[in-house]
Ligand binder design. Structure first.
Ligand SMILES: O=C(CO)[C@H](O)[C@H](O)COP(=O)(O)O
Length: 212
């Protein structure tokens, strides 16, 4: 049962982020959650980016904070008041991420651009690893990056060496990868290739914004 993915990211320093996939954990109850996240924080000094693929994301904020989560990323489709939920997450002392499913227009989160710490643009339907990267989501990343040059933008789902160029060129700077990392012959080399591509594109974007 995969519960954590390594995400090479600009946010992350040398270790990468551990993006906990919280749908399965939540289904096992709060004790299981505390066990897994507390255990990770005990043994790893990593930024814990928790992607909450759950309904009623408001319910889990305090439990995740207690367990040691660094970022609480909820789905825009799962809440009626995203702005209030971001406030609640910040008050609890975590960073707030907002995830958008492939069919949800990016306009759904544009008003939150100055408030959220990260936007996760899903590149597969949430559910399971090993799906095909949906390249049609890249214009959403591009639009978000054009409007918010300093926002962390994450992509998650089917990301691999074949499509990292498209994601990085669109402006994504936080990469979640499961299959392409864990099935790679050279895991370190694959993470380094992701990181290098993201860094090159982020440098280009920051030079462009200075020039404007
Ligand atoms: O969150 C997920 C789907 O909901 C997966 O974990 C995500 O798609 C990453 O896995 P892979 O890189 O194998 O696609």
């Amino acid at each position: 049962m995969p519960i954590a993915k390594i995400s090479p990211s600009l946010l992350s320093g040398d270790f990468g982020i551990l993006a906990a996939e919280c749908k399965r954990m939540v289904s096992h109850g709060a004790d299981w959650l505390h066990m897994v996240i507390s255990c990770l924080t005990k043994h790893l000094n990593a930024f814990l980016d928790c992607h909450m693929m759950v309904s009623e994301p408001e319910k889990w904020v305090d439990d995740f904070k207690k367990a040691g989560a660094s970022m609480y990323c909820f789905h825009i489709e799962a809440t009626k008041d995203a702005s209030a939920l971001i406030d609640k997450i910040h008050e609890a002392g975590m960073k707030a991420g907002v995830a958008v499913k492939p069919k949800t227009p990016i306009s759904a989160v544009m008003d939150l651009g100055h408030k959220m710490d990260m936007c996760l643009v899903m590149t597969v339907e949430p559910g399971f690893g090993g799906q095909r990267f949906i390249a049609e989501c890249m214009p959403k990343v591009k639009e978000l990056r054009a409007r918010f040059p300093n926002l962390d933008i994450e992509v998650d789902g089917g990301v691999s060496l074949e499509n990292i160029d498209a994601a990085a060129e669109a402006g994504a700077n936080v990469i979640v990868a499961g299959t392409s990392i864990f099935k790679a012959e050279d895991i370190t080399g694959t993470i380094e290739a992701f990181r290098a591509k993201v860094n090159v594109e982020q440098d280009k974007l920051s030079k462009e914004s200075i020039a404007v």
